[in-house]
Design a protein around this ligand. Structure first.
Ligand code: ADP
Ligand code: MG
Length: 355
């Protein structure tokens, strides 16, 4: 039988709203077949922390189906989609209009997507064997990449500490210790099965077994978002084809929810297109003002050391806010246009503040 109804500390979270006593009674005794995931495991962050907005993760693709009574309304509310909405992917770079203003103070551009390989669990639920299975498959798959995408896979296990820290400091590598990832079960058996692939120039990279099985990344200095998107589109296709060739498996792709990710907030494109840009005018105005302006532009500001790493100086990570309900092309366009707007406004704010 099911477990007793938990005390959900994040009282304002989507989990608190949608995990009712009735739903709990119906679902708390169920266990998914791919990774043995439960509703209790899925909502661990909402139960444990008092600061969650969403508060739920999936442990495998089955989770979205077995616990659909919880996931469906949360996904619809978070992404603002209707119950019968479907997702369409579009990575045709020729549809992008314009680019970041070449005079904008942009340090670097990065676009990432998450991808999951069918048949393996997602990070919160993935078994030890499945995690190693993903890594072994990816070692073979990476070896097939050619041209500017060719590179080397570096497992975290046995990596020299200085090399690891440098990769983190240079914004290439993830790090452990994010409280959400920990409580959600994503740091079990750390660092086994995790690693990073990158080409020689570190412009095409893939994280293995962090928050998602795969995070495929294209990045470079400067503000050429079109160029970064073009490389990403080619890279995703090459990795997908290589995985298929080595294993016969596809990426998990759902008609309604697009590419499957462990966090329902990433469903759809799973794409975050960001620039690191200096905004000294907005810094004077305060981060609240910047956040509000980003909201109206459908953008999200972060610190430059990643979601959990914090803010330094006048440089911000500005990215598209949405993942689902828009195509990749539309989201990249929003980011380009929005960043150009912010940079223009920031020049006015600098004058206002006598900078
Ligand atoms: P993700 O959404 O991929 O999980 P995080 O916010 O956790 O991203 O950041 C991961 C890493 O990527 C961090 O080191 C961050 O500084 C780096 N990063 C993000 N955007 C950019 C960018 N435009 N240029 C350089 N590094 C970036
Ligand atoms: Mg992250």
């Amino acid at each position: 039988m099911g477990e007793p109804f938990p005390e959900i500390k994040s009282t304002h979270s989507l989990v608190a709203k949608h995990v009712t006593k009735d739903v709990w009674a119906k679902l708390s005794g169920l266990v998914t077949s791919t990774s043995g995931f439960t509703l209790a495991k899925a909502i661990a962050c909402a139960v444990e922390f008092d600061n969650q907005h969403c508060g739920i993760y999936a442990g495998d693709w089955d989770s979205y189906k077995v616990f659909a009574d919880v996931f469906d309304p949360i996904i619809q509310e978070y992404h603002g989609i209707s119950p019968d909405a479907t997702h369409t992917s579009d990575m045709d770079v020729s549809k992008i209009q314009g680019n970041i203003d070449p005079t904008a103070p942009v340090h670097s551009t990065r676009i990432r997507v998450g991808r999951s390989i069918d048949g393996f669990g997602l990070s919160p639920g993935i078994t030890k064997d499945q995690r190693v299975g993903v890594e072994n498959l990816m070692k073979k798959a990476f070896a097939n990449l050619s041209g500017d995408l060719a590179g080397t896979y570096y497992p975290l296990t046995g990596m020299d500490e200085k090399v690891r820290q440098q990769l983190v400091d240079d914004h290439f590598l993830f790090m452990s210790g994010d409280p959400n990832l920990k409580v959600a079960g994503m740091e079990r058996d750390w660092p086994e099965g995790r690693g990073i692939f990158h080409n020689k120039d570190k412009t095409f990279l893939t994280w293995v077994n962090e928050e998602d099985q795969l995070r495929i990344i294209s990045m470079q200095n400067g503000g050429d978002v079109r160029g970064v998107f073009d490389r990403l589109a080619r890279g995703i296709q090459a990795v997908g084809e290589s995985v298929k060739k080595e294993s016969g498996k596809d990426f998990m792709l759902d008609a309604k929810y697009g590419f499957i990710h462990s966090c329902p907030t990433n469903l759809g494109t799973g794409m975050r297109a960001s620039v690191h840009v200096d905004l000294p005018g907005y810094t004077k105005e305060g981060v609240k003002v910047l956040q509000a302006r980003c909201e109206t532009l459908h953008l999200q500001p972060r610190g430059t050391r990643g979601e959990s790493g914090g803010q330094t100086g006048v440089t911000y990570d500005i990215s598209n806010k949405h993942r689902l309900g828009y195509s990749e092309v539309q989201l990249v366009q929003k980011m380009i246009d929005g960043v150009n707007t912010l940079v223009k406004e920031d020049r006015e704010l600098q004058k206002k503040h006598g900078l």
